[in-house]
Design a protein around this ligand. Structure first.
Ligand code: ATP
Ligand code: MG
Length: 437
């Protein structure tokens, strides 16, 4: 074989073509990481306040797991999974969502003897068309509760999400809920729905025509306006629910009313995944364009048994971190990574002393974020760096400060006299100023 002559070809030594990230998979750069951390930290605090425990599962599972849980005729399994053959021939897939892995893990590790309230976070992978709010690697924080069948826990997971939005300062989210009934109710309804939709088959969009035979309930959430118009007059599953299911749903609604969490019952709300029964809900915003659902979940009582575990009630949700972060940035709830102080040292002596003094400051002021200048340079160039770092204060030492045993403290973001303080007082000052923000 002859080597390619194109010098930009990646196989040519020294070829200059840059290797890029995979389409739909993004680097999370430092300027945005503060908002991610704020969301992740707040979510974790809220989840801990409700007694939820974190679980971490592998990113890769047997493809069979997702086929059996999510369902063969869903978008995810039909066309969105990253599947590949392992070296021994097993078909593996990058996880497209967290529920299936979580269910596998609780069965495999024998956690179902008592109820479990679990949460997870991490990347998910779906080969979708990349667009705003829709990526091929995206991130979720999710909750799965096992072994609790009553409406009280459905209510709890919804209230928990409402508390998270409040903690994040997101007040434009709308809650939609619905009941998909139990298996028998849904089967009966499904027949009725197919019968109705069949009359308009020719006017349905192509996807919906296909779903009419594979997954007719999903026609209900078609985005096509003409299909939507047909669906608007379709029989409603809500009207077909038996007493028990209706009571379950009514109890959740009553709980939301009592907690003063506004919601809207949307009888067309069905979820993309096969495994839901009874309660489904979504939190939606109008501020993110077409991909407005930031959190979605519901009850899935049949899944544990379907995957070989003992019959176990279950309820959960997953939220999309990218969408929430974008919303936080839009509404001014983003957070910049922050620095309290930047340590400037001018002259040889000071440069030798700076690391030692900075360590002592870090010992004395544990919460304070202090960056030390590295690489030397003039006072002017170091001070420019201090300003660019975003720190609130520059700490300055040179021969004269060292001789007098003080540190120069200069405010960078507000008008204030420069002060000179001994080390302990500098530490105390930085700690106090941090608490005042
Ligand atoms: P959608 O209707 O937006 O496709 P979905 O029903 O496929 O959502 P779920 O599987 O329920 O979504 O995932 C829960 C949440 O994860 C979504 O509400 C969304 O916020 C987020 N999410 C799902 N897919 C993606 C993606 N490809 N990119 C970014 N976020 C996503
Ligand atoms: Mg989807």
């Amino acid at each position: 074989m002859t080597a390619p002559l194109d010098p930009t070809h990646p196989s040519v030594p020294g070829g200059s073509r840059n290797i890029q990230a995979i389409r739909g998979m993004h680097d999370l750069l430092p300027e945005r990481v503060g908002t991610w951390q704020r969301l992740e930290d707040t979510a974790r605090q809220v989840l801990e306040r409700y007694g939820y425990a974190e679980i971490r599962t592998p990113l890769v599972e047997l493809t069979e797991l997702f086929k059996r849980s999510i369902g063969e005729v869903t978008d995810i399994v039909e066309k969105e999974m990253y599947s590949f053959a392992d070296r021994n021939g097993d078909s593996l897939s990058l996880r497209p969502e967290g529920t299936a892995s979580c269910v596998r893990a609780v069965i495999e590790n024998g956690l179902l003897n008592q109820s479990q309230r679990l949460w997870y976070r991490g990347p998910m992978f779906r080969h979708e068309r990349p667009q705003r709010g829709r990526y091929r690697q995206f991130h979720q924080i999710g909750v799965e509760v096992f072994g609790l069948a009553g409406p009280d826990i459905d209510l709890e997971v919804i209230l928990l999400t409402a508390r998270l939005w409040r903690a994040l300062g997101l007040d434009g989210l709308r809650l939609e809920i619905n009941s998909l009934g139990d298996a028998a109710e849904r089967a009966a309804y499904r027949e009725e729905l197919v019968c109705y939709l069949d009359r308009y088959r020719d006017r349905l969009d192509a996807d919906s025509q296909r779903r009419l035979t594979t997954n007719p309930l999903r026609v209900l959430d078609s985005k096509s306006p003409e299909t939507q118009a047909i669906v608007a007059a379709a029989p409603s599953l809500m009207d077909r629910l038996e007493t028990q299911t209706r009571d379950h749903f009514a109890a959740i609604c009553a709980g939301l009313d009592a907690a003063a969490v506004p919601y809207c019952v949307n009888p067309r709300l069905v979820r993309g995944l096969d495994y839901y029964n009874r309660t489904v809900f979504e939190w939606i915003t109008d501020d993110l364009g077409a991909q407005g659902t930031v959190c979605a979940g519901g009850r899935y009582d049949g899944l544990v048994a379907q995957l070989g575990g003992r019959d176990t009630a279950a309820v959960g949700f997953a939220m999309g971190i990218e969408r929430l972060v974008e919303l936080m940035e839009l509404t001014g709830e983003g957070a910049a990574p922050q620095l309290d102080a930047y340590f400037v040292a001018v002259g040889e002596w000071a440069q030798r002393q700076a690391p030692v003094l900075a360590e002592r400051l870090r010992d004395a002021a544990p919460g304070v974020r202090l960056m030390t200048h590295c690489g030397g340079g003039s006072f002017k160039s170091q001070f420019k760096r201090a300003d660019k770092s975003g720190a609130r204060y520059a700490l300055v030492i040179g021969d004269s400060e060292l001789e007098r045993g003080v540190i120069g403290v200069k405010a960078l973001r507000e008008e204030a006299e420069q002060q000179e303080l001994p080390l302990a007082a500098t530490a105390a000052f930085l700690s106090a100023s941090q608490q005042s923000t």
